[in-house]
Structure formats: structure tokens, C-alpha cells
Design a binder for this molecule. Sequence first.
Ligand code: AG3
Length: 274
Amino acid sequence: MSIWFTEKQTKNFGITMKINKTYVSEQTEFQKLDMVETEEFGNMLILDGMVMTTQKDEFVYHEMVAHVPLFTHPNPKNVLVVGGGDGGVIREVLKHPSVEKAVLVEIDGKVIEYSKKYLPEIAGELENPRVDVKVDDGFMHIATSQNEYDVIMVDSTEPVGPAAKLFEKGFYEGISKALKEDGIFVAQTDNPWFTPELISQVFSDVSEIFPITRLYTANIPTYPSGLWTFTIGSKKHDPLEVPAERFHDIETKYWTPQLHTAAFALPKFVSDLL
Ligand code: AG3
């Protein structure tokens, strides 16, 4: 007998994977958390029934969240990651030698605990001395920060449950205040096939706050539709005008200097949303 997991990505459509083992299945204070071993994608973290992180394809999302804004900023020193308790974004952030301090604010301590145990090559850098891990509400952290960060990355779940308020205009206003005068932020903004309205709404909200607003995509096989979007809001530096010499050597599996720019070239039905 084999066990299969399905994430229903819409009411009528899903992704299904064969499960070898279930390590954890519990209700935390904030959400349902499952950690399983899949045959195809290695160990996998699922929150509220939605695929968050798999060992096989996590590098795409984590590299693209971190490197695009960090190479856009000429000298990022203080970085904040909201969410991201699996540690993948932090691992990528630390590849930038200019970063002196990276703060991670994750609301659910259980995500950190189980990621360290079952996704060690993703979460390992959470122990790095340049990292300050806080188990706290990211929304509150933003609301109480001012002029502190060069780059902020929002590595949230979907806009249901604990992350719903991380997709509101007031949150982006808070981010703008928490950033320094040439700061940049990026947020994962779901996919254009099943949540086009969300992309339009976030882009329009961010454009009203940040002079430079851009959308880019990456291919992530285990996320709904595989075509994932990220929205950047920037006060001064344009991700499309990064001088070539700023792209220092870095070990990656998805991001390249060419892709940094190419990722902003959008299919017509996606650019029509903006
Ligand atoms: N955060 C965004 C994942 C959203 C996936 N959505 C879904 N499966 N319906 C990922 C966290 C990785 N650090």
C-alpha cells in the first residue's frame, strides 16, 4: 500500500506526491504542520496543507528571494527576513559578505525546530553568529522598526491564516518605514494562474508607496502552477539597472547575473496584471 499527499491548489486542481514517511503531523499554536519524506522531492514541510519547502526544489525560491534584492542594493548590511523559519532565505543571505546582521522573525517556533531536525542543509545557517533568530510576530516587528534595514524579505505563507495581514497595504507602509532611505523589499506574491487578483492588488498597493515597483518570476515545480512571482518595492535602486561589476561571485544553482535581469521579462498575461 502506498500513501499519497495531495495539496488542493484550487477547489478543482491539485498536486500529488508519494509519501514514504511521516515524521511530524501536529497542530502548532498557529497552523497545522506536517514534515514528511516524499519519494520525488525529498523531505518536505507542509503548513496548513500547503507545500512550503522541499529538499529538491527549495533552492529556486530561496535564491530568488535573497539574491535579486541583495544584488540590487549596493551595500546591504542589515537584513530582515519576515517568516522563513525553514532558514533557506537566511542561508542565501549569508552568501553576501557585506551583510553584517540578518534578523529572522518567525511567528512559529515549531517551524524552526522541525526544519533544523529534518531539513538540516536548509536550516543549518540559523545557528550562524551573523543571524539573530526571533520567534515573534513579523507584523509587530515591522510596526516597531524604523529606519533600520537595507533589505527586507517577506518569506510568508499564503494570505490565509497567520500570514493574511502580511499582504495588506498597511504592512507595506510599515516596511517602508522600517527600511533606510535607500532600502528595498521583496515579498513572495503567489502565482498568476490561480491568484491573478492578488498580484494586481499587491503591485498596485506597493506602487503607491515605493517609487520603484517590479515583478519577477521563477519556476518552482511544487508550488501552484509552477510559475511563482515576487514583488519588489525599492526606494532608490532599480533591480533592472544593476551595474555588471556588482554581481560578485556566489555559489548558486538557479540565480545567475543573466537571470537576475531575465526574471523581470514577463509573459504578456502576467504583465497585463500590473
Ligand atoms: N513560502 C511561500 C510558499 C507558498 C506556497 N504555496 C502553496 N503551496 N500553496 C515558502 C517558504 C519557504 N521558505
